[in-house]
Design a protein around this ligand. Sequence first.
Ligand code: SF4
Ligand code: SF4
Length: 73
Amino acid sequence: MGKVTIDINRCKGCRLCVNCCPKGILTMSKDCNVNGYYYAEANEEGKCTGCLFCVKVCPDICLEIGCENEGLI
Ligand code: SF4
Ligand code: SF4
């Protein structure tokens, strides 16, 4: 349902989104962003329910969740 967009260069690698996603969609990268942090990545986006837990928990406003037919949720 959801399309997960992550601004990887804003990410500070705190893992809060990874820990709160009930579907286990978010993981941490093996590479670093421009600021030297490992960043959140989305896998199997088709499992995203659009719950927005990750959006609400991210202190750096890195995440957006979109819906294919309706734009941003
Ligand atoms: S919106 Fe919910 S299901 Fe989708 S990536 Fe974020 S926490 Fe996971
Ligand atoms: S909560 Fe935000 S800053 Fe923390 S790892 Fe996830 S995307 Fe990065």
